[in-house]
Design a protein around this ligand. Sequence first.
Ligand code: IPE
Ligand code: IPE
Ligand code: MG
Length: 261
Amino acid sequence: MKRDEGLLRAHYGEPPADIALEDIDLGRVPSHVSIIMDGNGRWAQARGLDRSRGHVAGVDALRETVTTSVRLGLDALSVYAFSTENWRRPQREVDLLMHLFATTLVKELPLFHQENVRLRFLGDLSALPRRTHDVFRQGLDETAGHTGMTFALAVNYGSRAELTRACRDVAEAVVRGELAATDITEGLVASHLYTAGMPDPELLIRTSGELRLSNYLLWQLAYAELYVTDLMWPDFDRWELLRAVRAFQERDRRFGGVVGS
Ligand code: IPE
Ligand code: IPE
Ligand code: MG
C-alpha cells in the first residue's frame, strides 16, 4: 500500500527523544498489525475515575492508531474490543461498551470515508444489542467500496468459538456432499474464519503488560511477532505504535527455518 513520508511527518510532529521517523523502514512495515487493547479499567482506576471513563478515553487512542496506521501504509489493522468472555462483566459495563461502540462508529464514519478505510467485524454480531448491530451493518455497507486500509473490529470475538463455527461449517459442507474430507486444507479452514481473505497479523501488540492471548486469533497469530507494552490502552499513541513497528523490524523472523538462510 502507498506510503507517504511527507504526510507521515506532518501527521507525527516532533517525536520523543527515544524514537525518530528515520528508525522506521517504510518499505518494510508489517502488512497487518493487530492489537489487544487492554488496561482501560486500570487507567481509570489509577485516576480515581470510573472504569467507563477508561473506555471512553480508549476511543481517542484508537482514533490516533487508525490514522497512524493509514499513514504507515498498513494493509490491515485489527483490534480486540470485546471478547466472548467479556459478557461476564457487570451488566452496566457491558451496556456502556455496546453503547460506546455504536455512538463511536456513527461519529467516526466520516473519518473512515476521509481515510478510505474499509471496515469489517470479527465475531458473532448476532448477539449484540439491536442498535449496535444496526450501526455496525451501516458501517459495513457504507465503507464496502473503500479501497484503502482494512480496519477490523473484533466484537463478541473468541478464537475457540470461531474455530468451532468453522468446523461446523466445513462438516456441513461434507455432509451435503460438496466436499470430501481430503479437501480440507489449511487454506480451506482459514477461509471459514472471520478473517477470511485478510493476511495473518505479522505483529501483535498487547497493552497493559499482560502476557497472554485471551482467546484472540489463536490460528491467525501462529507466526506473529509479539510486542507487549506496559502502557495502558488510553495512553497508547502514534509513538508507541512506531516503537512496536521498529521492534518488529529488528526481529529475525525464521518461520521454523535456520538463521540467515
Ligand atoms: C480493555 O480494557 C477493554 C475491554 C476489554 C473491553 P479492560 O476493561 O480490560 O481494562 P483492565 O484490563 O480491567 O484494566
Ligand atoms: C482481552 O482483554 C479482551 C479485549 C481486549 C477486548 P481482557 O481484559 O478481557 O482479558 P483478560 O481477562 O485480562 O485475559
Ligand atoms: Mg483487561
